[in-house]
Design a protein around this ligand. Structure first.
Ligand SMILES: NC(=O)C1=CN([C@@H]2O[C@H](COP(=O)(O)OP(=O)(O)OC[C@H]3O[C@@H](n4cnc5c(N)ncnc54)[C@H](OP(=O)(O)O)[C@@H]3O)[C@@H](O)[C@H]2O)C=CC1
Ligand SMILES: O=CC(=O)O
Length: 323
């Protein structure tokens, strides 16, 4: 008998292929809106052969070392910074993730965040709800014009390129920074490769789409905010840990940068009394980059396939690259 652990409630209709596997016991956590408590996760992992995981499970050394039978971790996400890859490799545990299927939904959300931040949409809604809209005003709630401006994408990968395509539709100049050149982006949307400093100095919108990792931890901090234009915006839909939030707060408070649109935070969920949320020039949303119904369904499909393939000794549909 094999045991599959699903650490968050997912509609059973989408899991049919798992329930139909012979000699398999499926244990699913019964809550959709909260993570499986750590103690329970550790206890269940001890006897699990496969885990259908998600971003809020910390699959660190402590969790994985005692997972004696674990053959595959299949995570409902493209990012895998919550998983200790080194231990997984040591123990021969395969890791599956969900790239491609979430690219367009996340690019849509990133661009929506950019537009809403630049054009003060939350402030407009609040004004109406507070009954404070007295009349049309020549310069009331004016924001930065997106059309024709300059976007700088840090992390020109799958989602980065999809954001760049949207930016082209708005006649934006596209700069980007990666560790390596992305020739397809250069050819297709005329993206210009820059050093990080050049990108920060020139962009009207700095958009973060690099993965969370040791290399990207706090890659945007005090020094980087100083390099940005005072009129520029930071849009982060990658990982909260890529930005030093204390430095971001100071940069927003002192006018070093104009505003920020954030889908991700150093600690999630961000607490309602976090200083960043007191600032007028911050638009914060709760990590919903890939949250369209269609995309989440496809992500579950891929997560199930990765899990089944891992348990039956086949190649995963999308295996996390060897880092
Ligand atoms: N908000 C949300 O809900 C979602 C967030 N995400 C986040 O978006 C990230 C990107 O996803 P996706 O586009 O599919 O991933 P990709 O791997 O396709 O793209 C990531 C890009 O980041 C670049 N990169 C990696 N490390 C660095 C570094 N140290 N400095 C600069 N650039 C770097 C890579 O280029 P190179 O290797 O050349 O440096 C690569 O082009 C995910 O890892 C995840 O964290 C994804 C989906 C939803
Ligand atoms: O943040 C979401 C992901 O898929 O990674």
């Amino acid at each position: 008998m094999m045991k599959i652990l699903i650490t968050r409630k997912v509609p059973e209709a989408l899991l049919k292929r798992l329930y139909e596997l012979p000699n398999v016991e499926v244990i699913m956590f019964d809550k959709e809106d909260e993570p499986m408590p750590r103690e329970q996760l550790l206890a269940e992992l001890k006897t699990a052969d496969g885990v259908f995981s998600n971003l809020s499970d910390k699959l660190d050394r402590e969790a994985l070392e005692q997972a004696e039978y674990l053959k595959v971790i299949s995570t409902l996400a493209v990012g895998y910074d919550n998983i200790d890859l080194e231990v997984a490799r040591e123990k021969g545990i395969k890791i599956g993730h969900t790239p491609y299927v979430l690219t367009e939904a996340t690019a849509d959300l990133t661009f929506a965040l950019l537009l809403a931040t630049a054009r003060n949409l939350p402030q407009g809604q609040q004004m109406i709800k507070n009954n404070e809209w007295s009349s049309w005003s020549p310069f009331g709630l004016t924001g930065k014009q997106v059309y024709g401006s300059k976007i700088g994408i840090i992390g020109m990968g799958r989602i980065g390129l999809s954001v760049a395509r949207r930016a082209k539709g708005f006649s934006m100049d596209v700069l980007y920074h990666n560790r390596s050149r992305h020739e397809e982006a250069e050819k297709e949307v005329g993206a210009i490769y820059c050093s990080l400093d050049e990108l920060l100095e020139q962009s009207d919108f700095v958009v973060l789409l690099a993965p969370g990792s040791k290399a990207t931890y706090h890659m945007i901090g005090t020094e980087q905010f100083k390099k940005m234009k005072n009129t520029a915006y930071l849009i982060n839909s990658s990982r909260g840990t890529n930005v030093d939030e204390k430095a971001l707060y100071d940069a927003l408070k002192t006018g070093e940068i104009k505003g920020a649109g954030l889908d991700v935070f150093e600690k999630e969920p961000i607490s309602a009394d976090h200083p960043l949320l007191e600032l007028e020039n911050v638009l914060a949303i709760p990590h919903i980059g890939s949250a369209s119904i269609e995309t989440r369904q496809e992500m579950v499909e891929v997560t199930v396939s990765n899990l089944i393939n891992g348990l039956t000794g086949k190649e995963l549909v999308y295996e996390v690259p060897n880092q």
